[in-house]
Design a protein around this ligand. Sequence first.
Ligand code: GRG
Length: 295
Amino acid sequence: MNFQDELTKRTDEIEKGIREFLPKEEGFAKSMAQAMNYSMLAGGKRLRPLLMQETYRLFGGKEKVIRPFMTGMEMIHTHSLIHDDLPALDNDDYRRGRLTTHKVYGEAMGILSGVALLNYAYETMLLAFERTAYPERVIRGLSVMAEKTGIHGMLGGQSVDVENDGTPLTKEMLDYIYRNKTSALIEAAMMTGAILAGADENSVAIIEEAAGKIGLAFQIQDDILDVTSTEEELGKPVHSDEKNNKVTYVTLFGIEEASRQVKELSEDAVSLLKGLNKNNEFLYLLVEKLINRRK
Ligand code: GRG
């Protein structure tokens, strides 16, 4: 298998799948639909839907039920990026290689279209009921998605991050922030993939643990890229952690140790996945490649 070709093929399919569910740009609320679609179609690695789909395949999933969940997941993630870039938060002008949503549509529409995407994610995921013979799995998937996104997940982590901006942090607190603001969505992606394919409780718990490690490795790599990459490569500003006086794995441990931890976490995650005694070579490679990602 040529990993890069497979990645391109699968990402292209995800792009097509996303377009299927986007709101129509019509009627009095047309501008908001345009702002939602602007950010949804701005590219991005589509990592969370990819991880969801590959975990679904790992457990033998074959239904179309996964598609609205993959798109809903990307809508929640995109909402978080739109809001993270707002003047009240990071106040960034560029994301995914283009102007941020509030820069193009104004701050009010940035706020509104972000919330609308979060809501539309659930409207979209509810369509899964029409595509499955196992509605109880959809209910479980929705509840994981809601929990991992809210106060006990992404938003909880983000609130602690914002509240402690520019202040010294212990590793314990930084880990809480990373496990919630970043890992929680990756856990939700992989857990719903497993749940929708009918995985048992024990396997879902192993997936949650592996996804937690992948999320942490991903966020530490994000810290490393903020100091080692360029704006052209990343499609968003670099050195933003320094600008915002942020404590990160790089400021706490240095680049070398932070890179070692990314490698160790990724290897642990792949071992956990392989320990399930199923087979998805592409998924293992995807996790391994995250270590060397440049964007
Ligand atoms: C509701 C006001 C309000 C704010 C919410 C929850 C939130 C803001 C932000 C989430 C925190 C956040 C942006 C965490 C960073 C996670 C991260 C590394 C994002 C970048 O993900 P990539 O690299 O992005 O997958 P692409 O563009 O490739 O999809």
